[in-house]
Design a protein around this ligand. Structure first.
Ligand code: SF4
Length: 68
């Protein structure tokens, strides 16, 4: 498991925007832990057309904290 720091994708509202498993994403945000091999698409509008895929410990300046 990887530990997610403030400002990293796993805590961002755009992480996994289109993943229907919202419970999984919620659990990652609460625990700040994610499987080593997890990747999700970034839903930030500027990245969406590129289908950027990120890990929970990736990051960019478009970070916006997910709702608690
Ligand atoms: S790449 Fe940026 S906008 Fe996308 S999920 Fe990560 S921090 Fe959020």
């Amino acid at each position: 498991m990887k530990t997610i720091q403030d400002g990293q994708c796993g805590l961002c509202r755009h992480f996994g925007t289109h993943d229907p498993d919202t419970q999984k994403l919620q659990q990652i945000r609460i625990s700040r832990q994610a499987p080593e091999d997890l990747t999700e698409e970034c839903g930030l509008p500027q990245n969406e057309s590129l289908h950027l895929v990120v890990t929970p410990i990736s990051g960019c300046e478009g970070f916006e904290p997910a709702a608690a």
